[in-house]
Design a protein around this ligand. Structure first.
Ligand code: NIG
Ligand code: FE
Length: 410
C-alpha cells in the first residue's frame, strides 16, 4: 500500500463531507478550506484530513511518504467536461485567415472548419491518432486536469466516428484518469450530405448509434445545434434516438445564434448545455427550473473573438455555472484550465472562488462524476494538486500563463 501524508498545507481547498453535487448562484462564492492542514492518502484514497493543530502524529511510519507542503495549496484536480482532444492536425492557417478578417462562419463555408478536420482525420491511422491524443492528454494532465470528457465528431462517417471513439476508449484504458466519451456524429453535415440532411441523420440514427452501442463506445451524445449546422428539430430527432441507446445529451448550443435549442435540450434531459455565448431571457427561464448545467468555454471566446458567456448574469439568477476548455484545433487550441480560470476572472468577472467551483464541483457534475471527482472527502480517490509556494489561491488566475502546479497525486 502507498501511504502519503501531506503536512503543513497552507490551505486545503474544496474539502469536506457536505459539499453538494452542484453549486448554484451565491453558493459558488465560497470554497470550503482548512488552513494549516494535513491530508492523508492510502493508495490515493482520502483517509484523513484536518488542521495541523488537531493532528495526532504518526503511529505507523512504515512505507509512509511525507510531503511537506509549507506555503503550498492542495486542491482537487480540475475536471474538463468539454473537449475535442482527438484530432488529426492543427489548423493555424484558419487562425491566420481570421487575423486577416474572416469569421469562423466564413472559413467554414469555404471548406475550412470541422470539415477540414474531418478530411484529415479520415486519412490518419488509428494508431497515430492515439499517439497524438496521448501526448496532448499528458500535457493537459500536467496543467492540472484530473478528469476529461472527449468527443468524437471529426469522423462524420461510420468508420471514422468509430475510429475516434475507439481511440477514446483506449485512452480510458491507458491514461490513468477518468474519461467520458461523447458521440458527436452530428457535428456538421459532410459535404456529400449537404443537400441531403435526411440521409446523414438516418446514418447517425440507424448505423452509427447501433454500432456504438454494440461496442459500448460512448457515455454521452452531443450535437452542434447552430445555423448552417443542425436545427432544433434535427437535434430533437437525434437526441431522442440517442436516449433510446442510453446516451444522455451534452450539447453545443447558442455559440453564435439563439435558436431555442437550450429549452429543447432541457426538455430532452440534457446534462449540460455548452457554449451559451449568446443567451435570451427564455433560455435563462428554462435553465432555472432544470437540472441541466450551463457550461461556459471562455478560451473559445478569446480565441475566435466572440462574446464571453454571461456567467455573472447566470449566477445572479441563481444558476450553476461550469467551465471547460473546449480544446479543439479550430476554436480553442489550448486545453489549459488554469488559463480558463484566468479568463473567467478577467473577462467574465467571476471571482477566483466562483471560477474554482466551476472547474471542480460543477465541472464534475457536468460530466457525471460528482460521486468521485471535484472535491476532497473521506473515501474518495481522485487526483489531487499541490501548488508551488504561492501567496494566495487568487494568484493562480492572476499570474496567468505560468505553471503553478508543482505535483499531482493520482
Ligand atoms: O466547440 N462549435 C463546434 N465545435 C467546436 C469547434 C469545432 C472546430 O472548429 O473544429 C467548438 O467550438
Ligand atoms: Fe466544443
Amino acid at each position: 500500500m502507498i501511504k502519503i501524508l501531506i503536512k503543513n498545507i497552507k490551505a486545503l481547498l474544496q474539502v469536506g463531507e457536505e459539499i453538494p453535487a452542484v453549486l448554484r448562484g451565491k453558493e459558488m462564492a465560497t470554497v470550503p478550506q482548512i488552513e494549516n492542514a494535513y491530508l492523508a492518502l492510502e493508495d490515493g484514497v482520502v483517509v484523513a484530513y484536518g488542521s495541523m493543530d488537531d493532528w495526532e502524529g504518526i503511529s505507523d511510519w512504515r512505507d509512509l511518504e511525507i510531503i511537506d507542503a509549507e506555503g503550498k495549496y492542495v486542491l482537487p484536480a480540475f475536471c474538463d467536461s468539454h473537449t475535442h482532444l482527438v484530432f488529426a492536425r492543427s489548423r493555424e492557417e484558419e487562425f491566420v485567415d481570421r487575423i486577416k478578417g474572416l469569421t469562423y462562419e466564413e472559413i467554414a463555408l469555404k471548406g475550412g472548419g470541422i470539415l477540414n478536420s474531418a478530411r484529415r482525420l479520415g486519412e490518419m491511422s488509428e494508431e497515430e491518432l492515439f499517439e497524438q491524443a496521448t501526448k496532448r492528454l499528458n500535457l493537459l494532465k500536467s496543467y492540472g486536469t484530473g478528469a476529461i470528457e472527449i468527443k468524437s465528431g471529426y469522423g462524420l462517417s461510420l468508420q471514422a466516428e468509430l475510429k475516434m471513439l475507439r481511440v477514446i476508449k483506449r485512452l480510458k484504458e491507458t491514461s490513468g484518469i477518468a474519461i467520458k466519451a461523447t458521440f458527436l456524429g452530428a457535428h456538421a453535415f459532410p459535404k456529400e450530405f449537404k443537400e441531403n440532411h435526411r440521409a446523414y441523420i438516418d446514418l447517425i440514427i440507424h448505423e452509427m448509434l447501433p454500432a456504438i452501442e454494440k461496442d459500448n463506445l460512448a457515455d454521452y451524445i452531443d450535437i452542434f445545434c447552430e445555423r448552417n449546422y443542425f436545427s432544433v428539430e434535427e437535434m430533437e430527432e437525434i437526441l431522442t434516438a440517442g436516449k433510446k441507446y442510453g446516451l444522455q445529451a451534452k450539447v453545443h448550443v447558442n455559440q453564435f445564434t439563439v435558436m431555442g435549442g437550450i429549452k429543447k435540450a432541457i426538455e430532452l434531459g440534457a446534462l449540460s448545455v455548452d457554449h451559451l455565448e449568446e443567451i435570451s431571457e427564455d433560455d435563462i427561464t428554462a435553465l432555472k427550473s432544470s437540472t441541466t448545467i450551463p457550461t461556459l468555454l471562455p478560451s473559445c471566446s478569446h480565441f475566435i473573438g466572440i462574446p464571453f458567456g454571461d456567467a455573472r448574469r447566470m449566477m445572479d439568477e441563481g444558476l450553476p455555472v461550469s467551465l471547460a476548455s473546449d480544446f479543439n484545433p479550430g476554436t480553442t487550441p489550448s486545453g489549459n484550465l488554469a488559463f480558463v480560470w484566468s479568463l473567467a476572472c478577467v473577462k467574465m468577472k467571476m471571482t477566483p472562488e466562483e471560477a474554482l467551483n466551476a472547474l471542480t464541483v460543477n465541472a464534475a457534475y457536468a460530466m457525471g462524476l460528482s460521486e468521485t471527482h471535484g472535491k476532497i472527502a473521506l473515501g474518495r480517490k481522485s487526483p489531487i494538486l499541490i501548488t508551488k509556494q504561492i501567496p494566495s489561491i487568487a494568484y493562480i488566475p492572476y499570474a496567468f500563463g505560468d505553471q503553478h502546479i508543482e505535483q499531482i497525486i493520482y
